[in-house]
Ligand binder design. Structure first.
Ligand code: FMN
Length: 392
């Protein structure tokens, strides 16, 4: 949908129409994937979720990306009440979401997800799998329900399981397109299974998937190739990061040299876009002039989504004009105000993110309860001392 108002002229790059592999977007704002842990226990999508996603479409976003959606009934689910796309029943339950978003003329992509070792709630199996037997750093995130304390230690994924998981990503992508999604993003970032292959300290393998960066990006590439082949006519992309939900310090050990390997290798699989999540923001890295997303763009020429601390429209506009991305994915500010693009276009104030919106859980019920209790504003007593800076 096309927006109007003084903001459209003030932020011309943000409100310029865009396209990824034939899917048209009215502007460059993307709802960043946001885990809401609000499906049924069996991963079936609810009417509440359809209303939620439809609200973004009404709010004028150029593209809606779903939360991370698990891909099999084995080890991929990481959060209790996470939605799935592992079965035909789960697939069909997404139709109301797709319809609600399409009713406003807005495209929607699904983010497909395997938690790897970052498992704090799996309805289907006990335990977790990862490239190597390494207990994840940090602690489970209470606001995603079901988890407290440290993570369990994963067992090493077998080669047969690796092939099965690659196939499950492909099957999940196919199901997403079958039910009407316009495109698919593989969650290859933030510490989950593919990122555990890419990350030096969680990948201690001595086969062709471990060691040098060319090997550590191999699993991502196999997944992307399989997804590409499964849905040849629709946009396919991958999310990449350095930092993780459980580690905000990690930086690629080879710096820019790693980026020169990672991004071209991914592009070679024939994907259509790269989404870079930079929890810490878009400052230049590795002694270059660019953030991670800017480097992805430079080294591939593909459309790139920039993400991280772009809630202020001036910052989003600057990221676009500086070549850090072709699109901006907005996380917490989207969660705080579903109408962010419409209000920015209209020159209206947006509702700022408040950690109380994800307390005690990052669910739709808790979000709605927050507003029911405070219909006119942000209640001081709900603002937790600690900031919710990051997410899944
Ligand atoms: C509650 C919450 C849930 C999130 N869930 C996901 C997710 O499912 N998949 C993902 O790739 N990133 C997820 N993230 C990360 C965001 O997409 C985004 O990358 C991060 O919040 C930084 O962007 P921001 O500064 O605009 O908030 C989540 C973040 C939050 C706050």
């Amino acid at each position: 949908m096309s927006l109007s108002g003084p903001g459209v002229e003030q932020y011309p790059s943000l409100f310029r129409a865009g396209e990824i592999n034939g899917v048209k977007m009215a502007n460059r704002s993307v709802v960043s994937p946001l885990t809401r842990a609000s499906a049924t226990e069996d991963g079936i999508v609810t009417d509440q979720m359809a209303r939620y996603y439809g609200s973004y479409a009404k709010g004028g976003w150029g593209l809606v990306m779903t939360e991370g959606v698990y891909i099999d009934l084995k080890y991929s689910q990481g959060y209790t009440f996470q939605p799935g796309i592992a079965t035909d029943e789960q697939r069909d339950s997404w139709r109301k979401v797709v319809d609600a978003v399409h009713a406003e003329g807005v495209p929607i992509f699904m983010q497909i997800f395997h938690c790897g070792a970052i498992n704090q709630g799996n309805r289907w199996v006990e335990g977790s799998i990862a490239p190597s037997v390494v207990t994840p750093k940090g602690e489970q995130i209470p606001r995603y329900r079901g988890g407290a304390g440290g993570f369990q230690t994963p067992r090493e994924i077998t080669r047969d399981e690796m092939a099965e998981v690659v196939q499950s990503y492909a099957d999940a992508a196919r199901r997403a397109i079958e039910v009407g999604f316009d495109g698919v993003e593989v969650h290859g970032a933030n510490g989950y299974l593919p990122d555990e292959f890419l990350t030096a300290y969680t990948n201690q393998r001595d086969d062709e998937y471990g060691g040098p960066i060319e090997n550590r990006i191999r699993f991502h590439c196999e997944v992307m190739q399989a997804v590409r082949d499964a849905v040849p006519d629709h946009p396919v992309g991958v999310r990449i990061s350095q930092t993780k939900v459980n580690d905000f310090e990690y930086a690629w050990p080879g710096g820019n040299e790693d980026a020169k390997v990672v991004f071209p290798a991914l592009a070679k699989t024939g994907i259509d876009f790269i989404d870079c999540s930079s929890h810490l923001g878009l400052d230049p890295i590795f002694g270059t002039e660019h953030s991670l997303s800017g480097l992805a763009r430079e080294y591939t020429g593909l459309p790139v989504m920039a993400n991280g601390k772009l809630a202020q429209p001036e910052d989003a506009e600057t990221a676009l004009t500086r070549g850090e991305g072709d699109f901006v994915a907005i996380g917490k500010a989207a969660l705080a105000d579903y109408n962010w693009p419409r209000k920015i276009a209209g020159g209206e104030a947006v509702v700022p993110f408040n950690p109380g919106m994800t307390m005690p859980y990052a669910t739709l019920d808790c979000y709605e309860a927050f507003w029911d209790a405070n219909p006119t504003g942000i209640p001081a007593e709900k603002i937790e001392a600690r900031d919710v800076t990051e997410g899944a």
